[in-house]
Design a protein around this ligand. Structure first.
Ligand SMILES: Cc1ncc(COP(=O)(O)O)c(C=O)c1O
Length: 442
C-alpha cells in the first residue's frame, strides 16, 4: 500500500496517550498507518490481523466503501447542523433504523458521541425519569463490581474497576454495587454461558433491603462484561435481575457499548438473552467505530414520562453539540446498511461454534487458567506472574503484535473480538499465532 504521509512522526512527546503506558510506548512505538477489511498496516509495512475490531468497534471491518463514501458525500453536503431546536433528516432516519434493529419495546434514541457519554446520559435519564413521575427520592444508582461504563464521573462511580476509580476522589454519592459474576472455581473453561451464578442477582434484594427501593433509580450492568475480561452472564442471571428491578420499580440499563451490533450473534445482547431493559447504551459499532457517535435507546415509557408540560418548553435539559451530527448519522446509516446487506449479525452466529472450538483448543497451553467465549468474543485468562500482575499478558500482547496479530489485554486476560467479517482461515491464523505466543511466554 502506497503511503503518502510520513510513516512515523519524529517527536512523540506532546501527545499524552489514553489508557496507554506512555513511556513504554514512546520507546518502542506501535504505529498503524492503514487498514483494509481484516488487516491493519503498520508503519514498518507489516499486515497485522485485527483480532479486536479496533477497540471492539469496527464490526464490519476496516475502510468499508459504503461507509467511507457516505461520510465523504455528507461532508460535502451538510457538514454540521445545530443539534438544539433544529434538525436534519439523517438523524431522524438513523433513529428509526436503530429502533427497527433494536428489540421490540425500544422506541426512542438519544444521541451522544461516545460510550461514556451514553452512560452519563442514561444515568441522568434514570434519575430524571423518576423525578418527572413525582418519585424524586429515587436517586441511587447501582452498578456492579468489575463493570466498565466508560470514564466519566457517573460511569466510574457505577463502574467497578479499581484502577479507574481510585485516583479520582469520592465520585458520585448514593452508589452501590452488585457482586461480579466471575466464578472461576465453578465455571472455568465453560463454553458459552456459565451454569453457576444466577443467584448473584439476588444480591440486589439485599441492596434494596439496605437502602429502600424507593431510593433507587436504576441498575446498570453490561449484559456481558467486556473490558474487564469477557465475563459472561450466568444462565438465568439477567432474567432474575429484570424480575427484581421490575418488582421494585427500578429501571434496568444494559450497557451495550460492546455487545451491541452483532458481537454476540444478535443485534443486541437484550435480543440475544431475551431480556428487555428500560434503556440500552450504545456507541462503537454504531458507526463501525469510524466517527464518534453513541446513542441511548429507551422504551416508550421512559421517553413518554418527559413529554409533559407546556409544549414550547424543553422537556430534557441535556444534550451535546454533536448529538446526531450529520456526518456521524450518515456513517451510522451506512454502517447499518453494511451489517444488513452482508448479514453480519447472522454471520457472527454462524461462525461462533468454529470460534469456540478454536479458542478452547488453547486449553492446556502454559499459564492458561480459563477460556471464555460467546458469539465472536473470547478471552484467555493467564495465571499472573507472582507480584507482577498484568506483565505476562502484556508480554503476550507485544509478542502477538510482532507476530502479526492484534489482541487486547486487561489484567492478565487476553480478550479478542474480531470484526464480524473474519473467515475461518483468519480465525485459524489468529488463534494459531496466539498459541505460538503462549508457548513462548515466561
Ligand atoms: C460497556 C462499555 N461502556 C462504556 C464504554 C466507554 O465507551 P467510550 O470509550 O466510547 O467512551 C465502553 C468502552 O469500551 C464499554 O465497553
Amino acid at each position: 500500500m502506497a503511503l503518502d504521509r510520513k510513516p512515523a512522526p519524529n517527536d512523540l512527546d506532546a501527545f499524552w496517550m489514553p489508557f496507554t503506558a506512555n513511556r513504554q510506548f514512546k520507546k518502542a512505538p506501535r504505529m498503524l498507518v492503514g487498514a483494509k477489511d481484516m488487516y491493519y498496516t503498520s508503519s514498518d509495512g507489516r499486515q497485522v490481523l485485527d483480532g479486536t475490531a479496533g477497540l471492539w468497534c469496527c464490526n464490519a471491518g476496516h475502510c468499508r466503501p459504503k461507509i467511507t463514501e457516505a461520510i465523504q458525500k455528507q461532508a460535502a453536503e451538510l457538514d454540521y447542523a445545530p443539534a438544539f431546536q433544529m434538525g436534519h433528516p439523517l438523524a431522524f432516519e438513523l433513529a428509526n433504523r436503530l429502533v427497527d434493529v433494536a428489540p421490540k419495546g425500544i422506541e426512542h434514541v438519544f444521541y451522544t458521541n461516545s460510550g461514556s457519554e451514553s452512560v452519563e446520559t442514561a444515568l441522568k435519564l434514570a434519575i430524571a425519569y423518576h423525578r418527572a413521575r413525582g418519585d424524586g427520592a429515587r436517586t441511587r444508582l447501582i452498578g456492579r463490581e468489575r463493570g466498565y461504563h466508560g470514564v466519566n464521573f457517573g460511569g466510574i462511580s457505577v463502574g467497578g474497576i479499581v484502577n479507574n476509580r481510585k485516583m479520582f476522589g469520592s465520585l458520585l454519592t448514593g452508589v452501590d454495587h452488585l457482586p461480579h459474576t466471575h466464578l472461576p472455581e465453578q465455571n472455568a473453561f465453560t463454553r458459552g454461558q456459565p451454569e453457576h451464578g444466577a443467584n448473584l442477582a439476588d444480591e440486589l434484594e439485599r441492596i434494596v433491603a439496605l437502602h429502600g427501593a424507593e431510593t433507587i433509580a436504576a441498575v446498570i450492568v453490561e449484559p456481558m462484561a467486556g473490558s474487564t475480561g469477557v465475563l459472561l452472564p450466568p444462565k438465568g442471571y439477567l432474567q432474575r435481575l429484570r424480575e427484581i428491578t421490575k418488582k421494585h420499580g427500578i429501571l434496568l440499563i444494559f450497557d451495550e457499548v460492546i455487545t451491541g451490533f452483532g458481537r454476540l450473534g444478535s443485534s443486541f445482547a437484550a435480543e440475544h438473552f431475551g431480556v428487555l431493559p428500560d434503556m440500552m447504551t450504545t456507541a462503537k459499532g454504531l458507526t463501525n467505530g469510524v466517527i464518534p457517535m453513541g446513542a441511548v435507546l429507551t422504551t416508550g415509557e421512559v421517553h413518554d414520562a418527559f413529554m409533559q408540560g407546556p409544549e414550547h418548553m424543553i422537556e430534557l435539559f441535556h444534550g451535546y453539540t454533536y448529538s446526531g451530527n450529520p456526518i456521524a448519522a450518515a456513517a451510522g446509516i451506512a454502517t447499518l446498511d453494511t451489517y444488513k446487506e452482508e448479514g453480519l449479525f447472522e454471520r457472527a452466529a454462524e461462525l461462533a461454534p468454529y470460534w469456540e472450538d478454536a479458542l478452547h483448543g488453547l486449553k492446556g497451553l502454559p499459564h492458561v487458567i480459563d477460556i471464555r467465549n460467546m458469539g465472536l468474543i473470547g478471552a484467555v485468562e493467564l495465571e499472573g506472574i507472582p507480584g507482577e500482575p498484568t506483565k505476562r499478558a502484556f508480554s503476550a500482547f507485544l509478542k502477538a503484535y510482532e507476530k502479526g496479530i492484534m489482541i487486547r489485554t486487561t489484567g492478565d486476560i487476553i480478550a479478542m473480538s474480531p470484526p464480524l467479517i473474519i473467515d475461518k482461515a483468519q480465525i485459524d491464523q489468529l488463534i494459531g499465532t496466539l498459541a505460538d505466543v503462549l508457548k513462548t511466554l515466561d
